[in-house]
Every structure is written in structure tokens, then in C-alpha cells.
Design a protein around this ligand. Structure first.
Ligand code: AMP
Length: 485
């Protein structure tokens, strides 16, 4: 073990995650493991489950994927109880340490509370510094622990009151699932940036980041948890609270573009259909003479289908993906990221050779993927390569829980579209417009005064104040033990 100081790192607290919770089922832990498995795309770095059996809490957490941690009967037997919550973690950089694996658990005046969240708090450094000054001893570098300490130091009485008190001090985008002896609690941030749905399986209730986690256990979708809503689920059913007032929702548009699974229904709209419609918009906005439309798998597939449908240019799987390699973003260094891309994709040469190819992907972030793919398609004999992207240029970092790098590393902040085309080596490059994106989502266009979605990564319009970032808060008290787990 070594002692290190963790410097302020813009990437450091950014977590994309999946959350799940169930109340009132004898197999709560098994259902949670299955739900987390369906949400594996939201985080592969670590997984954890906490159960409550009416008297005691039980926890198991581990680094790696759900299957690696929750497939052994011996582990599942140690998680009894009819209520459970679980979490998949995906952090961009920094610590892969067991103490950061959620759900976190605390023993409070009112009893135990396990808590996990998806998203990112934008004032967590400031709150953390204040709490440390007042004597809180932090065990992890996770945002979730800030919420735990705020609950612990609240002078309110009940779990719910303390949670509301705590969340009033917090800024950020989060979907939170917690478990106390009073029941299962679900919260969405006041703008509803991150997703959370409510489902039902027989008499038990389920909370999950996405509907695919309901599908896997055969639960029925009931509704989305509303922005700013707190649901408390126990033997008396589901009680809903709206302590933060009603503000217009600003759901994360990138969930539709890339992050959510295509078979999920988000806020009433199928992700797959949206992606296909974006591809159709893209074909209308940026047509090109070509012989074949090829998706960058898997993220580009629905949009490429839409592009092909609208343009009439035949769709082919000209690139095949090896499914046994993780997402390229998970590997921390640039060198390995390059290697990751090569490991992941292979050209299906017969469908590329001698052809004018339209390549479709969902986004360009650093440009690493596009650069490699274009080179690969050229090496496979393409006559022309036209890259089409089913999102506007990603110009700005996300501070609300999608893992994007600092602004300087975003290709779109370094070059204009022509410069980007040159960088990735494509004959042409085009992105769907922001209005085209909104049209694909059923709007007439983006209303700049009241946009329907959080689209800060494309527009720079951040709906939640970036307090830590703007005030350059340094995490001065983050002296942490480096654990090798
Ligand atoms: P890059 O290679 O940095 O340009 O990343 C673009 C590729 O990464 C695209 O193929 C996207 O599907 C994928 N991608 C976009 N955003 C993310 C994210 N937040 N996490 C993981 N992969 C992403």
C-alpha cells in the first residue's frame, strides 16, 4: 500500500453507472444480479449488491463485471432478504479501488442505509471540503459518499427528511437508489438528466436505470420516475414526493445517441427508433453518392440502417466487431486505447473492396476510433470513405455523468469539420445538425430558450451550474490510500 495525493482531475469523479433496486421479493439478490447484468453496458469496472433481510444488511462488492462477482451460489446465499439494491460502476480514470465500489453503506442514528447512484455531482469537491472541515472522515473518492455524510450530519429526523435535506445541498445530475429499513428509495435529480424507471413484478416493485433491466426479469414497466421525484417503496406500496418543485425536464440526449441500450424505452421513446430516425435525418441533411452504407458496430448500427433506408444505398455489415473486448474507453492510456480499437474491429473485405463507402458511427470523441476505422476500411480497398456521425460535434465535456475527456482532448474542440475529416483521413465528414437531432426526437427543432434535453456536450449550454469546475476547487483534502484490490 502506498499513500498518494490525488490531484484535481476533471475526469476523476465522472462515473457512468447502472442502478437497480427491488422491494418485496424472496429472490431480491438474484433479481438484482440479473438486472445489473442487463445494465452491464452502463459500467463494467465493478459491481455491488446490498440486501436487507428485515434485521440486517448484507453486502457483496467486487471489481469486474456482474457475472464475475455474482454467479456463485455461495455468494448469492450470503445475500438474503426481500429487498436489494445494486450498482454497476464505470469510471473514466483514477481509482479502481474496492472502497469506491457501490452501493456504499453507512450506519446512522436511524439505522443502516445503503446507497448508490448514477451521475455526477457538480459541487462535490466543495461539499466534501466543507464536510471534512467539520470532521467527516471520508473512506472513498465517490460522489455518493458526499451524500452519505450530508445525510449523517443532517439534523432532520427521518431517512426521507434527511435525504431531502442532503439533496437540497447537492448540485448535479443523478439517479439514486437507496435501501433502509423503511424501504427502497429512488430519486431523480430535479432536471431528470439521468434515467430511472419504476417497474412491477407480481407484488414487488423494481427500480432500474433502463427498461432492459425490467425485461430480463419479466417485470412490467410502470413509468419513469419523474424529474425531482423521490419514490419510497415499502409494504404500503409506492409513495411519491416532489420536494424540489417542478422544473422542466432536461433529459440527457446522449443516452439516446449512445449510452442507453437500443432496446430500452426512455421517457416513452424507443432508443432504437430514435437512433434510426437520426440516421434518416443524417441522410437527408448530408447526402453522398456511394455504393454501400456500413455501420461502425455496434454503436453505429441503428443510425446506419436509417441512413440506408432514407438514401436507398444498400446496408452491409462491412466491419465485424469482436464481442470479447471491452469498450475502448475503459482502457486508461492512449496507447492501449489504440490497441483496443484494433482488437475490436475487423474489415469484412468483400463488402468494401472497390466501393464508395459511407461509414456511420454515433459520435466522435477523441477521434481515435474513426481514425483507425477509416484506415482499416481504406486498407480493405475502399475507393472512397465518407464518414457520417449521428450526433452533432462533441465540443464540450460532460460534467453530468457521461465519461468524456477534458475539452482539449475532444477532436471537435481542436478542429473544424474539415480539419476533423483530414485528421481521421476521410474523403468527407458530416454530423447531424442539432435541429436534425431534435427532429429525430419528435421536436420541430431545438428551442434555444427552453431546450427539451441536456445537450451541453454539443451546445455548451449547461443546465446545472458547474460549481466545482468554475471555482477551480482543488480537492485539497483528497489524501488517499492507494489500494491494490
Ligand atoms: P473516440 O474514439 O474517442 O472518438 O470515441 C468515439 C467512439 O467511442 C464512438 O464509436 C462511440 O460509439 C464511443 N463512445 C462515445 N462516447 C462514449 C463514452 N462516453 N464511453 C464509451 N464510449 C463512447
Amino acid at each position: 500500500m502506498t499513500l498518494t495525493t490525488v490531484p484535481f482531475d476533471d475526469d476523476h469523479f465522472h462515473e457512468e453507472c447502472g442502478v437497480f433496486g427491488v422491494f418485496g421479493h424472496a429472490e431480491a439478490a438474484a433479481l438484482t444480479a440479473l438486472g445489473l447484468h442487463a445494465l452491464q453496458h452502463r459500467g463494467q469496472e465493478a459491481a455491488g449488491i446490498v440486501t436487507y433481510d428485515g434485521a440486517q444488511f448484507h453486502a457483496h462488492r467486487g471489481l469486474g463485471q456482474v457475472g464475475e462477482n455474482f454467479s456463485s451460489p455461495a455468494v448469492m446465499e450470503r445475500l438474503p432478504g426481500n429487498a436489494a439494491i445494486g450498482h454497476n460502476r464505470y469510471a473514466t480514470t483514477g481509482e479502481v479501488a474496492i472502497r469506491n465500489v457501490q452501493p456504499l453503506f453507512g450506519d446512522f442514528e436511524f439505522g443502516g442505509l445503503a446507497i448508490c447512484h448514477n451521475g455526477n455531482l457538480t459541487n462535490s469537491y466543495q461539499l466534501r471540503n466543507q464536510l471534512v472541515r467539520r470532521g467527516s472522515l471520508f473512506q472513498s473518492t465517490s460522489d455518493t459518499e458526499v451524500i452519505i455524510h450530508l445525510i449523517a450530519t443532517s439534523l432532520r429526523r427521518t431517512v426521507l427528511e434527511r435525504m431531502v435535506d442532503s439533496l437540497r445541498q447537492v448540485e448535479g445530475a443523478y439517479s439514486l437508489v437507496a435501501l433502509s429499513k423503511e424501504g427502497l428509495i429512488g430519486v431523480r435529480d430535479p432536471l431528470g438528466v439521468r434515467p430511472l424507471v419504476l417497474g412491477k413484478l407480481g407484488d414487488s416493485h423494481v427500480l432500474a436505470s433502463e427498461t432492459v433491466a425490467l425485461d430480463i426479469i419479466g417485470a412490467d414497466f410502470v413509468r419513469d420516475v419523474e424529474p425531482g421525484e423521490i419514490v419510497v417503496i415499502n409494504e404500503s406500496g409506492v409513495q411519491s414526493h416532489h420536494p424540489f418543485g417542478n422544473r422542466p425536464s432536461r433529459f440527457c440526449v446522449f443516452e439516446y445517441i449512445y449510452f442507453a441500450r437500443p432496446d430500452s424505452i426512455v421517457e416513452g421513446t424507443g432508443v432504437y427508433e430514435v437512433r434510426k430516425r437520426i440516421g434518416m435525418e443524417l441522410a437527408r441533411e448530408t447526402p453522398v453518392e456511394a455504393d454501400t452504407v456500413i455501420p461502425v458496430p455496434d454503436s453505429g448500427v441503428p443510425a446506419a440502417l436509417g441512413y440506408s433506408l432514407e438514401s436507398g444505398i444498400p446496408f452491409e455489415l462491412g466491419i465485424i466487431r469482436n464481442h470479447y473486448v471491452g469498450r475502448t474507453f475503459i482502457e486508461p492510456t492512449d496507447q492501449i486505447r489504440h490497441l483496443g480499437v484494433k482488437l475490436k474491429h475487423n474489415a469484412n473485405r468483400r463488402h468494401i473492396e472497390g466501393k464508395r463507402v459511407v461509414l456511420v458511427d454515433d459520435s466522435i470523441v477523441r477521434g481515435t476510433t474513426s481514425l483507425k476505422i477509416v484506415e482499416m476500411v481504406r486498407q480493405a480497398g475502399a475507393k472512397e470513405v465518407h464518414m457520417r456521425i449521428s450526433s452533432p460535434p462533441t465540443n464540450n465535456s460532460c460534467f453530468y455523468g457521461i465519461a468524456t475527456p477534458e475539452r482539449e482532448k475532444l477532436l471537435a474542440s481542436r478542429f473544424d469539420t474539415e480539419g476533423m475529416a483530414k485528421f481521421i483521413g476521410a474523403d468527407s465528414l458530416a454530423f447531424v445538425s442539432i435541429d436534425g437531432l431534435y427532429r429525430a426526437l419528435g421536436e420541430v427543432k431545438r428551442d434555444p430558450k427552453a431546450p427539451r434535453y441536456c445537450d451541453a456536450c454539443f451546445t455548451g449550454d449547461y443546465p446545472i451550474p458547474l460549481l466545482d469546475f468554475e471555482q477551480g476547487s482543488l480537492a485539497t483534502n483528497l489524501s488517499l490510500m492507494n489500494e491494490i484490490a
